[in-house]
Design a protein around this ligand. Structure first.
Ligand code: NDP
Ligand code: GDR
Length: 349
């Protein structure tokens, strides 16, 4: 790992593009890093603690809560592209950590934009803000596009709404190349294990290997537009290569319920789930033996839920020539297969 103490090669000398990524240790940060390194970028990341990460990138201790760390990092790195992926990103947890979420996700974005300005780099940097389909919240329109009104339904979404607008405000006020990618849910084997897709695929793997017998979930009827993170990070990059700074929805245009995700994941191990009961009495069982039990536990419900998300990626398809490549079925298969391998190697994982 290279820390801020190490000399950083002059970007002017090297003529290479230099990316700075907050949230580099997260799902998207890891895929984006690999993608940019393969394109010849020099990649720098902000980390909050020690990490045994890929040494091809340069890591700096910093925090979106801490302005001076951001100013210091930007002044040293002199990035040409900044990807602000850092966030308290769990919607349910944001109800418990509401003030903290606002500080990191909303004010953190402001701190980063200001750090770029304080360093006098606002004309040189292209800035990507990780906006989210959670902004749409309570359904106003189907499918959701760049012009659909927002209606946030969690402290996380409300914080991200501030970040969305401050990004636009800095673009208009200071002529910055600053854009919002309004990304719908995207998953992968690297997804955090307290998000529903990964929780399901981990459980499917453990149930298959007889390390676990049942699975508890919250709302089975929530519908999400689930894509693959690998496809979505390419869209982030494309937005920063576009001639003009604009905001884009990135989605598949398909929606599936949590229940359908469960069925698809169990199908990968040859199990057909039959649903019985309703609401909190709902139970899923293995068709033949009834051995696998999936139950609803209200502890996973959110005080306010987002029932239906389905995005319209037409603008990105037309202007960025972006198209998702990985289907829902392929995504589920890849996640179940990866978790199976992981659990075989280490049943305690
Ligand atoms: P993850 O939860 O996997 O990663 C979040 C990252 O943010 C981690 O690297 C984490 O670091 C970092 N982070 C958390 N708090 C701070 C802080 N105070 N200062 C600096 N960094 C911090 O998220 P994803 O990769 O899934 O998502 C990336 C971004 O995109 C997030 O902003 C998320 O809200 C947004 N988004 C995600 C979508 C998705 O479906 N995945 C859809 C739409 C938007 P650490 O390892 O130290 O905890
Ligand atoms: P989401 O993702 O809230 O859409 O936010 P999550 O996977 O947490 O929830 C999706 C839906 O599944 C329901 N659900 C459960 N969720 C979790 N986590 N655990 C469960 O046991 C469970 N059972 C049912 C939820 O209620 C919800 O309806 C993700 C994050 O990555 C955000 O950062 C990002 O902005 C949005 O996607 C787009």
């Amino acid at each position: 790992m290279t820390s801020t103490d190490s000399p950083v090669a002059s970007n002017v000398e090297s003529k290479r593009k230099v990316a700075l990524i907050t949230g580099i240790t997260g799902q998207d940060g890891s895929y984006l890093t690999e993608f940019l390194l393969a394109k010849g970028y020099i990649v720098h990341g902000v980390i909050r603690r020690s990490s045994s990460f890929n040494t091809a990138m340069k890591l700096h201790y910093g925090d979106l809560n801490d302005s001076s760390s951001l100013v210091k990092i930007i002044s040293i790195v002199k990035p040409t592209e900044v990807y602000n992926l850092g966030a308290m990103s769990h919607v349910k947890i944001s109800f418990d950590l509401s003030e903290y979420t606002a500080d990191v996700d909303a004010v953190g974005t402001l701190r980063l934009l200001d750090a770029i300005r304080i360093c006098g780099l606002e004309k040189d940097v292209r800035f990507y803000q990780a906006s989210t389909s959670e902004l749409y919240g309570k359904v106003q329109e189907i499918p959701q596009s760049e012009t659909t009104p927002f209606y946030p339904r969690s402290p996380y979404a409300a914080a991200k709404l501030y970040a969305y607008w401050i990004t636009i405000n800095y673009r208009e006020a200071y002529n910055m190349f600053a854009v919002n990618g309004i990304l719908f849910n995207h998953e992968s084997p690297r997804r955090g294990d307290n998000f529903v897709t990964r929780k399901i695929t981990r459980s499917v793997a453990k149930i298959h290997l007889k390390q676990q017998e049942s699975l508890e979930l919250g709302s089975l009827d929530s519908k999400r537009d689930w894509g693959h993170a690998r496809d979505y990070i390419e869209a982030m990059w494309l937005m920063l290569q576009h001639d003009t700074p604009e905001d884009f929805v990135i989605a598949t245009g398909e929606t599936h319920s949590v229940r359908e995700f469960v069925e698809a994941a169990f199908q990968e191990i040859g199990i057909k789930i039959i649903w019985k009961g309703e609401g909190i009495n709902e139970v899923g069982e293995e068709e033949q033996t009834g051995i696998v039990r999936i139950t609803v536990n209200p502890k996973y419900f959110r005080p306010t839920e987002v029932d239906l998300l389905i995005g319209n990626p037409k603008k990105a398809e037309e202007k960025l020539k972006w198209k998702r490549k990985i289907t829902f079925k392929e995504l589920v298969k890849e996640m179940v297969t990866a978790d199976m391998e992981l659990m075989r190697k280490d049943p305690t994982a």
